[in-house]
Write a protein that binds this ligand. Sequence first.
Ligand SMILES: *Cc1c(COP(=O)(O)O)cnc(C)c1O
Length: 470
Amino acid sequence: MMKYISTRGNAPELTFEDVLLTGLASDGGLYVPKEAPHYTLEEIESWRDLPYTELAHKIVYPFVEGCVDSDALKGMLEDVYNNTNFGHKAIAPLQQLDHNEYVLELFHGPTLAFKDFALQLLGRLLDYVVTRRQEKVVIMGATSGDTGSAAIEGTKACDNVDIFILHPYGKVSEVQRRQMTTVEGDNIYNIAIEGNFDQAQDMVKASFGDQSFLRGERKLVAVNSINWARIMAQIVYYFYSSLNLGGPLRPMAYSVPTGNFGDIFAGYMARKMGLPIEQLIIATNNNDVLHRLMSKNQYEVRPLKHTITPSMDIAVSSNFERLLFDLYDRDGAKLAGLMAKMNARDDVVSLDEDKLAKARELFDSLAVDEKTTVETMQLVFNETGYLLDPHTAIGVKAARECRRNPNIPMITLGTAHPVKFEDAVGRAGYEMPALPHHLTDLMEREERLSVLPADLETVQQLIADNTFRD
Ligand SMILES: *Cc1c(COP(=O)(O)O)cnc(C)c1O
């Protein structure tokens, strides 16, 4: 059975089940597998003809073994990665842009962004685990867009999970709001806060810190990208795309639109598990804390900037700690010291030169501003007739700038569908594309949400009232 350890070396080892239900480790670190499985090229090659669900079973099962039964996992994967749930039969199809240049379309899920890949599965896993334990849990989260809708869609069918998602009232796009508020399910609660995202986020943090409003009968579960189960599910499409383009017998390069470093860390894991990946490109918007670190060895947290790529608007990139853990030879004590310096934010922090050099063997980075993002959308549209979403456009730009070897296929992760990002599409001068066929009636569906003042007690009261309804 796989064990999970904290990056700061001072928290108990956990099983998958506990990692799923635990957010941060008690020492403030993030959980990672103690030992990742490793596959030979022959083994990986033998998976070439597997459909998405079967490949997913090969990759995911070793991480959950002992906690989730093999057949149960198979059932969940079939329930998630199918043509009813995903609007494309290949689940994660490749779109070619140029010779040896591709976009991996990860936006055919129910909420049109890659987060569905992980949150659809996470919902099923959570329900399976808490049902067996005869528990009920409460998911609470704040969202400025993609995560909330993906989490709601992923947990709508879970009997023993109530989900409360806070968003800033009037501050998310209409498509994004409707993707949250029109989902049917009596375990789903949308709370629109009369305030901004940070206030919503603060209320969530405060509630995790003091859960007494749940009267000890329920536990809060976090579904943000520090949850290991999300990374795990995202490893699969690196293998899938590589196998589709002749891997593992030839290496691939990936460019990943990055916010919290979750999606790209899954690529790093795939490589660690044996998949030949030559290069991973960290593509950021003007919230470029990671690009500054990678290019100048200066880690400095700056205030958040709001951009036309809101899903990458972050000030700190929490999953980067998982990479640092490996770079620092999995020395938890050393990492705890480094993280304390990095989180203190009163000074610019540098990594040891040899550690940075090690990271640079695999990773490159680029920060792309709004003007260049829009220009890249226009350029690619002129070249191919294909409209990129602005996040993916940042990935494509970084892929083209940072590419090391043109003979190696370059795959940019297509993280969202452009229809979700009206501002950027408008600025690039295009009409909004039509909603994909499974969402055509989104604008007519009935919405359900509660508008509340930005007041912690009021929000917690609503949660308590509805959580203990039975
Ligand atoms: C969440 C998100 C990202 C960033 O992914 P991370 O795992 O946080 O790096 C990029 N693009 C889109 C569209 C997203 O929703």
